[in-house]
Design a protein around this ligand. Structure first.
Ligand code: IMP
Ligand code: MG
Length: 196
Protein backbone atom coordinates (compact mmCIF):
# COMPACT_ATOMS: atom_id res chain seq x y z
CA UNK A 1 0.00 0.00 0.00
CA UNK A 2 2.50 2.56 -1.22
CA UNK A 3 0.37 5.67 -1.53
CA UNK A 4 2.40 8.59 -0.26
CA UNK A 5 0.90 8.30 3.19
CA UNK A 6 1.46 10.87 5.91
CA UNK A 7 0.79 9.67 9.44
CA UNK A 8 -1.65 12.05 11.06
CA UNK A 9 -2.31 10.03 14.22
CA UNK A 10 -0.03 7.20 15.28
CA UNK A 11 -1.27 3.93 16.72
CA UNK A 12 0.21 4.96 20.09
CA UNK A 13 -1.68 8.29 20.13
CA UNK A 14 -4.89 6.53 19.11
CA UNK A 15 -4.53 3.80 21.71
CA UNK A 16 -3.95 6.25 24.56
CA UNK A 17 -6.91 8.43 23.58
CA UNK A 18 -9.31 5.51 23.05
CA UNK A 19 -8.59 4.24 26.56
CA UNK A 20 -9.25 7.73 27.96
CA UNK A 21 -12.52 7.96 26.03
CA UNK A 22 -13.67 4.51 27.19
CA UNK A 23 -12.97 5.36 30.81
CA UNK A 24 -14.74 8.70 30.55
CA UNK A 25 -17.82 7.21 28.87
CA UNK A 26 -18.00 4.37 31.40
CA UNK A 27 -17.73 6.85 34.28
CA UNK A 28 -20.52 9.00 32.83
CA UNK A 29 -22.75 5.96 32.32
CA UNK A 30 -22.12 4.82 35.89
CA UNK A 31 -22.92 8.26 37.15
CA UNK A 32 -26.16 8.28 35.16
CA UNK A 33 -27.14 4.86 36.50
CA UNK A 34 -26.49 5.95 40.08
CA UNK A 35 -28.39 9.16 39.59
CA UNK A 36 -31.46 7.21 38.44
CA UNK A 37 -32.56 10.27 36.52
CA UNK A 38 -33.40 10.60 32.86
CA UNK A 39 -36.67 11.31 31.22
CA UNK A 40 -37.55 8.21 29.22
CA UNK A 41 -39.18 5.01 30.31
CA UNK A 42 -37.14 2.97 32.77
CA UNK A 43 -35.75 6.13 34.32
CA UNK A 44 -36.43 5.04 37.89
CA UNK A 45 -33.47 4.54 40.21
CA UNK A 46 -31.83 1.17 39.71
CA UNK A 47 -33.51 0.57 36.34
CA UNK A 48 -30.44 1.49 34.34
CA UNK A 49 -29.74 -1.95 32.83
CA UNK A 50 -27.14 -2.73 30.19
CA UNK A 51 -26.40 -0.07 27.63
CA UNK A 52 -27.13 -0.62 23.97
CA UNK A 53 -24.07 0.14 21.92
CA UNK A 54 -24.69 0.86 18.24
CA UNK A 55 -21.53 0.82 16.13
CA UNK A 56 -21.86 2.20 12.61
CA UNK A 57 -20.30 -0.31 10.24
CA UNK A 58 -17.98 -0.65 8.60
CA UNK A 59 -15.89 2.33 9.60
CA UNK A 60 -16.33 2.01 13.37
CA UNK A 61 -15.23 -1.64 13.41
CA UNK A 62 -11.70 -1.09 14.70
CA UNK A 63 -12.50 1.82 17.00
CA UNK A 64 -15.39 0.04 18.69
CA UNK A 65 -13.34 -3.11 19.27
CA UNK A 66 -10.78 -1.10 21.22
CA UNK A 67 -13.29 1.23 22.89
CA UNK A 68 -15.48 -1.49 24.40
CA UNK A 69 -12.48 -3.15 26.01
CA UNK A 70 -11.81 0.12 27.84
CA UNK A 71 -15.44 0.29 29.05
CA UNK A 72 -16.17 -2.01 32.00
CA UNK A 73 -19.97 -1.67 31.77
CA UNK A 74 -22.67 -4.18 30.85
CA UNK A 75 -23.63 -3.75 27.22
CA UNK A 76 -25.29 -5.34 24.26
CA UNK A 77 -23.91 -4.53 20.81
CA UNK A 78 -26.24 -3.91 17.87
CA UNK A 79 -24.31 -2.84 14.78
CA UNK A 80 -25.96 -0.87 12.00
CA UNK A 81 -24.77 -0.52 8.44
CA UNK A 82 -25.15 2.90 6.88
CA UNK A 83 -23.45 4.11 3.76
CA UNK A 84 -22.71 7.57 2.47
CA UNK A 85 -19.44 7.33 0.56
CA UNK A 86 -19.98 4.68 -2.12
CA UNK A 87 -16.91 3.55 -4.04
CA UNK A 88 -14.27 6.14 -4.72
CA UNK A 89 -16.28 9.16 -3.60
CA UNK A 90 -14.70 11.34 -0.93
CA UNK A 91 -17.74 13.50 -0.26
CA UNK A 92 -21.04 12.37 1.19
CA UNK A 93 -23.51 11.23 -1.49
CA UNK A 94 -26.52 11.13 0.82
CA UNK A 95 -26.97 8.53 3.52
CA UNK A 96 -28.73 5.22 3.06
CA UNK A 97 -29.54 2.72 5.78
CA UNK A 98 -28.29 -0.67 4.65
CA UNK A 99 -29.43 -2.71 7.65
CA UNK A 100 -29.85 -3.21 11.31
CA UNK A 101 -31.25 -0.11 13.04
CA UNK A 102 -32.63 -1.60 16.29
CA UNK A 103 -36.32 -0.87 16.81
CA UNK A 104 -36.62 -1.76 20.50
CA UNK A 105 -34.86 1.18 22.14
CA UNK A 106 -37.68 2.61 24.22
CA UNK A 107 -36.28 3.36 27.68
CA UNK A 108 -32.79 2.16 26.70
CA UNK A 109 -29.51 3.93 27.30
CA UNK A 110 -27.87 4.13 23.90
CA UNK A 111 -24.30 4.82 22.83
CA UNK A 112 -23.79 5.33 19.08
CA UNK A 113 -20.19 4.83 17.95
CA UNK A 114 -18.78 5.98 14.62
CA UNK A 115 -15.35 6.54 13.18
CA UNK A 116 -15.69 10.15 12.06
CA UNK A 117 -18.06 13.10 12.03
CA UNK A 118 -17.79 14.79 8.66
CA UNK A 119 -20.88 16.29 7.00
CA UNK A 120 -23.03 15.11 9.91
CA UNK A 121 -25.56 13.41 7.64
CA UNK A 122 -24.86 9.88 8.86
CA UNK A 123 -25.02 10.59 12.57
CA UNK A 124 -27.82 13.10 12.11
CA UNK A 125 -29.99 10.43 10.51
CA UNK A 126 -29.09 7.78 13.06
CA UNK A 127 -29.61 10.08 16.02
CA UNK A 128 -33.09 10.92 14.73
CA UNK A 129 -33.98 7.25 14.16
CA UNK A 130 -32.86 6.40 17.70
CA UNK A 131 -34.40 9.41 19.43
CA UNK A 132 -37.77 8.77 17.75
CA UNK A 133 -38.00 5.60 19.86
CA UNK A 134 -37.87 7.50 23.17
CA UNK A 135 -34.77 5.93 24.66
CA UNK A 136 -33.78 6.99 28.15
CA UNK A 137 -30.59 8.60 26.87
CA UNK A 138 -28.55 8.84 23.67
CA UNK A 139 -24.87 9.60 23.41
CA UNK A 140 -22.61 9.66 20.39
CA UNK A 141 -18.89 8.86 20.44
CA UNK A 142 -16.66 9.41 17.42
CA UNK A 143 -12.94 8.93 17.15
CA UNK A 144 -12.49 11.86 14.77
CA UNK A 145 -14.30 15.10 14.22
CA UNK A 146 -13.47 17.12 11.12
CA UNK A 147 -13.19 20.86 11.56
CA UNK A 148 -15.68 22.54 9.24
CA UNK A 149 -15.14 26.28 9.37
CA UNK A 150 -18.07 26.74 6.96
CA UNK A 151 -20.36 24.53 9.06
CA UNK A 152 -21.69 21.00 8.49
CA UNK A 153 -24.54 19.91 6.22
CA UNK A 154 -26.18 18.81 9.46
CA UNK A 155 -25.09 19.98 12.90
CA UNK A 156 -25.16 16.95 15.18
CA UNK A 157 -24.54 16.85 18.90
CA UNK A 158 -21.59 14.54 19.62
CA UNK A 159 -20.87 13.95 23.28
CA UNK A 160 -17.43 12.37 22.88
CA UNK A 161 -14.76 12.87 20.26
CA UNK A 162 -11.21 11.57 20.27
CA UNK A 163 -9.47 14.07 18.02
CA UNK A 164 -10.37 17.12 15.95
CA UNK A 165 -8.72 17.05 12.54
CA UNK A 166 -8.55 19.35 9.55
CA UNK A 167 -10.99 18.83 6.71
CA UNK A 168 -8.99 16.33 4.68
CA UNK A 169 -9.63 12.73 3.70
CA UNK A 170 -8.04 10.18 6.04
CA UNK A 171 -7.79 6.41 6.08
CA UNK A 172 -6.70 3.67 8.46
CA UNK A 173 -7.93 2.38 11.83
CA UNK A 174 -11.24 1.40 10.19
CA UNK A 175 -11.52 4.27 7.72
CA UNK A 176 -11.41 3.35 4.05
CA UNK A 177 -11.00 4.72 0.57
CA UNK A 178 -12.94 2.60 -1.91
CA UNK A 179 -13.02 -0.25 0.59
CA UNK A 180 -9.31 -0.50 1.32
CA UNK A 181 -6.88 0.78 3.99
CA UNK A 182 -9.16 -0.06 6.90
CA UNK A 183 -6.52 -2.33 8.39
CA UNK A 184 -3.78 0.30 8.64
CA UNK A 185 -2.92 0.66 12.34
CA UNK A 186 -2.28 4.42 12.04
CA UNK A 187 -4.55 7.13 10.65
CA UNK A 188 -2.98 8.61 7.54
CA UNK A 189 -3.75 11.10 4.82
CA UNK A 190 -3.47 9.94 1.25
CA UNK A 191 -1.72 11.79 -1.52
CA UNK A 192 -0.87 10.69 -5.02
CA UNK A 193 -2.85 9.09 -7.81
CA UNK A 194 -4.79 6.53 -5.78
CA UNK A 195 -6.56 9.28 -3.83
CA UNK A 196 -7.54 11.24 -6.93
P1 IMP B 1 -20.84 12.15 7.22
O1 IMP B 1 -22.21 11.58 7.04
O2 IMP B 1 -20.41 13.03 6.10
O3 IMP B 1 -20.61 12.80 8.58
O4 IMP B 1 -19.83 10.97 7.06
C1 IMP B 1 -19.68 10.01 7.95
C2 IMP B 1 -19.12 8.76 7.29
O5 IMP B 1 -18.39 9.04 6.09
C3 IMP B 1 -18.15 8.16 8.24
O6 IMP B 1 -18.79 7.20 9.04
C4 IMP B 1 -17.10 7.55 7.33
O7 IMP B 1 -17.44 6.23 7.03
C5 IMP B 1 -17.16 8.37 6.07
N1 IMP B 1 -16.06 9.38 6.03
C6 IMP B 1 -16.14 10.70 6.28
N2 IMP B 1 -14.94 11.30 6.18
C7 IMP B 1 -14.06 10.33 5.86
C8 IMP B 1 -12.64 10.30 5.65
O8 IMP B 1 -11.91 11.30 5.73
N3 IMP B 1 -12.11 9.10 5.34
C9 IMP B 1 -12.85 7.95 5.26
N4 IMP B 1 -14.17 7.92 5.47
C10 IMP B 1 -14.78 9.10 5.77
MG1 MG C 1 -18.77 5.06 8.31
Amino acid sequence: MNTGQRVLLSREQISKRVIELGQQIAADLDEEANRGGGTGEGAAAGAAGPIVLIPVLTGALVFVADLIRAMPVAMSIKPVTLSSYPGKSTTSQGVTVQSGVPMDLRGARVLIVDDILDSGKTLGLLRRLVEAQQPRSVRIAVLLKKRKPMGRAEEVRVEYSGFEIDDEFVVGYGLDFDGIYRNLPDIVTLSGPSAA
